[in-house]
Design a protein around this ligand. Sequence first.
Ligand code: F6P
Length: 544
Amino acid sequence: MSARCDLSPVWAELQAHFDQEGAASGRGFDIRTAFQADAGRFQALSFQAPEVFADLSKNRIDASTLALLLKLARDCGLEARRDALLRGDPVNLTEGRAVLHTALRAPAGSGAPFNDEVQASLDTMLAFAESVRRGERGAITDVVHIGIGGSDLGPAMVVQALEAFRAPGLRLHFVSNVDGHDLAPVLRGLDARHTLFVIASKTFTTQETLANAQAAKAWFLAQGGTDVARHFVATSSNTAAAAAFGIDTAFGFWDWVGGRYSLWSVIGLPIAIAVGADNFRALLAGAHAMDQHFATTPLEGNLPVLLGLIDIWYRNFHGFTSRSVAPYHQGLRRLPAYLQQLEMESNGKGVDLDGQPLSVGTSPVVWGEAGTNGQHAYFQMLHQGTDVIPVEFIAVKRPHHGVTGELADKLLDQHRKLLANCLAQSQALMQGKTAAEALAEKAPTASATLDREVLARHRSFPGNRPSTTLLLDALTPRSLGALIALYEHRVFVTGALWGINSFDQWGVELGKALCNQLLPRFESGDTAGLDASTAGLLKRLLSA
Ligand code: F6P
């Protein structure tokens, strides 16, 4: 048994299976043919996990592919590695830490690791959030959350997604970029007396966050703000640094919570302020339900495992280098950005746990945009481009527009249009259109000069482009929690099978160090010892 799935003998079986599929048809697995051959394909390849229904049937897999992928997972000891994660073993080897975001959503009395500390921290954080909502910390109308990466993307994405649950009259702002063009427009509309700043940084050393926090404090004082202690709070595992910064109220958490897995901790404070304690607990409960599913469901029906295995199949056998995420819900428009950190920072690694270079590809590029907007931008490439990019559609059955009367009817009709677009795109990707079919159609616009057959080739689609569709009944705190946890576990599955450490991020350190070295040169103008490109650019930036 090897931790690295490419070293397992099952890898060669999968390769043979892949090669055989290619040889059998001359073109590889054809999803359309698979549907024709098997009337039960949708039933066989669709799965219900807590809050999330998944249709995997429009993928280039069948029962034999899945059986081999599951065999690979077992041969690599995936279940034992999952159990080690959930038990709190120090699976983040390079930092010598456990990875226990699942403990943050385990209910009181569950016996999960650190349960007493977690519950105490949660109660304190939620009590504070409720006090802000009740106006007990002054008439707060605006909360400015300052953080970056995992201390921004999760809370910002969730607050946006749960807009329908947000307390009226309370505005949430998220500032992350060290670029002052992020902070300035937010501050412009605010009144210091009615603003609460939450400074979120696990380490409390992050350049961007500290710079924005300093600037926000200076603005607050310049506006006549007097009670910094009341208007600035911090969420951090380095509460001493927060205190040194001058913040009295700091909500702490633990080093076993990774930044990109931290929205369930006190880093979720803006979520709790926005939607309240009960909804925050529902978010945790949804995630916990998915944790239970991941922990106990046999691999054959375990959705994070199945999604992770298909990711391996596409990345390493089909050679697909990217995956597009298309949430057909405006509230989920930041989900692709959130997933970029979750997946690419976790699994963008080049060596295995022993530090040996990997010989297979790891994290794909994850990208996307809310539907239907993406359709009018890059879907052209998904349909007719030369690369095959699996697409992940996320749709929500019941909308919550929060309006009544005629507008409600109109928006309900729009929701049907939204869902029809979602289904149509996955259909079109799979079906494609042959040149003969295109030729038989009456072209909406015909070129006067172009031969009809040439035009038909422009208007044909290869099809057989894979997609997965995830369905939620409604976008609620509970379903969102389950959806996010599903993605977290899927990332764990692929990382575990590749035999990498999904929980460190050394790759961001070099750029940070070089930035710190370069910064004084912006004062001194000294370019000695720099490469010619950097020196040339610096000179241009400093020129009058
Ligand atoms: O630079 C990457 C990173 O360390 C992320 O992993 C993290 O989420 C982000 O920076 C912010 O870090 P912190 O919460 O310590 O400010």
